[in-house]
Design a protein around this ligand. Structure first.
Ligand code: FAD
Length: 406
């Protein structure tokens, strides 16, 4: 038992060592805070699949000195292209080239989750974060002087606790007792070596992030790790979920959901792992992220459906904003945590709420059928390719980390 006399073991405990937790730990330690990360798994790792990082996140990585390494282990895609999954027609695209990088002050990068986590782990070690695995946090008790984090029989005293324990956050329950909202959609993923794929399974446009939009389903493909790995994600609405069955989203439903899709999408399905699947859930935005000396971040605060590819990007923005707030409220070597946490939530809540709700709407637009699909396709077809109005708010200077600061 440590710290029972009221002294602290560390200034900040971060619960959870995913992208959000590690990014927060790095950012706070870079501001001179003493940080310990408690992760329940036996190592800092993520499922080996891909992640898209938009410039609102890569600007932060640039500021942290991590962008070169991220670009080096990732891929800078040429375009984000949207195709109709049934007809195979390309409907529209977003040019992610040099003009895009200049507009937003940082590139669009796709990379292996493990690679990003490794960059963050190394960054944390460089700035002196204590990284502790095998630490399943069971509770946090707070008092005037700080908080006590329970890990089995162990106690850790801290001035402030950051709950970065993900979508199913146990620590969030004190602020919001409701469970995550199941969307009825399920994701299958695959990340396979391009060199080991039959040639017909390698998409013709490996330089692009390609999204095939179908009724109640979609398929995304892009290359990772300098083009060596093909990442595939297939998502569909489960009829068994709609019928209220306990078991839903199995491989039989996967094949049935894409039965009407064109040959290219059918070939893409062959690149999926079929023994694992990820049911998709999110939550509605909440206003309160702070309970005494404990605050939520990342998916614990604002879990979203993945259609905008922003969950991890927003967790990285969170980390940068929290560190900014801490930097602004610090004096004489200490931090006014209560003011810093208030500033953090005020700056982050409206933006992440918008991303959460827009992600849902964007997913609905992807999955329409019938007349709505015809209208969606016509709107997409007639969109000017140099029109960035729909992404400026997300990638550009309305984000809390504006382009010019890097
Ligand atoms: C199919 C799919 C595709 C996606 N694509 C993208 C994308 O392209 N771009 C993007 O930005 N986002 C994407 N996302 C979202 C992104 O993966 C998440 O938003 C992000 O990983 C959240 O990070 P986090 O650190 O908040 O939570 P998590 O990654 O869930 O990490 C939580 C950590 O806390 C640990 N933990 C939990 N409970 C405890 C406890 N009690 N004690 C100690 N440790 C604990 C867990 O072991 C875990 O390591 C996608 C999500 C999905 C499902």
């Amino acid at each position: 038992v440590t710290g029972v006399d009221g002294s602290v073991d560390t200034e900040v405990v971060v619960v959870g060592g995913g992208i959000g937790g590690l990014a927060t730990a790095f950012a706070l330690a870079s501001e001179g805070r003493a940080v310990r990360v408690l992760e329940r798994a036996s190592e800092f790792t993520e499922v080996g699949a891909g992640l898209q990082m938009a410039p609102n996140a890569t600007r932060v990585l640039a500021r942290w000195g991590m962008l070169d390494r991220v670009v080096d282990v990732g891929v800078r895609p040429r375009r984000l292209a949207f195709l109709d999954a049934l007809s195979g027609e390309e409907l529209t695209s977003l040019d992610l080239g040099e003009g895009f990088r200049e507009r937003y002050g940082a590139p669009y990068v796709v990379l292996h989750r493990t690679d990003l986590l490794q960059v963050l782990v190394d960054g944390c070690r460089d700035v002196g974060v204590e990284l502790v695995t095998d630490s399943d946090v069971s509770a946090v008790h707070h008092d005037e002087g700080g908080a006590t984090v329970m890990v089995g029989d162990r106690r850790v005293r801290a001035e402030v606790v950051v709950a970065a324990d993900g979508l199913r956050s146990m620590l969030r329950e004190r602020l919001d007792p409701t469970p995550p909202v199941a969307s009825g959609y399920v994701a299958y993923r695959g990340a396979l070596a391009v060199s080991e794929l039959p040639p017909e399974q390698v998409p013709p446009d490996l330089d692009d992030v390609v999204v095939h939009l179908g009724p109640g389903c979609h398929l995304v493909q892009y290359a990772l790790r300098r083009g060596e790995i093909l990442n595939t994600v297939a998502v569909f609405e489960s009829p068994a979920f709609g019928r209220g069955e306990a078991e839903w989203g199995g491989p039989d439903e996967l094949d049935a959901a894409f039965a009407g899709a064109g040959p290219r999408v059918q070939r893409g399905l062959a690149s999926l792992w079929r023994d694992r699947r990820w049911p998709m859930s999110d939550r509605l935005p909440i206003d309160r992220w702070v309970d005494g000396r404990m605050m939520l971040t990342g998916d614990a605060a604002h879990p979203m459906l993945q259609y905008l590819a922003q969950g991890a990007c927003q967790a990285i923005e969170d980390a940068a904003c929290l560190a900014d707030a801490v930097g602004r409220t610090g004096a004489d070597g200490g931090v006014d945590w209560s003011t810093a946490l208030t500033m953090f939530v005020e700056s982050r809540q409206p933006r992440t709420a918008r991303v959460q709700t827009t992600a849902r709407t964007w997913g609905e637009i992807w999955h329409v059928d019938g007349v709505a699909r015809m209208l969606r396709n016509e709107l997409f077809r007639t969109r000017r390719l140099d029109d960035y109005t729909h992404v400026d708010w997300l990638y550009g200077d309305q984000s809390p980390i504006p382009p010019r600061t890097t």
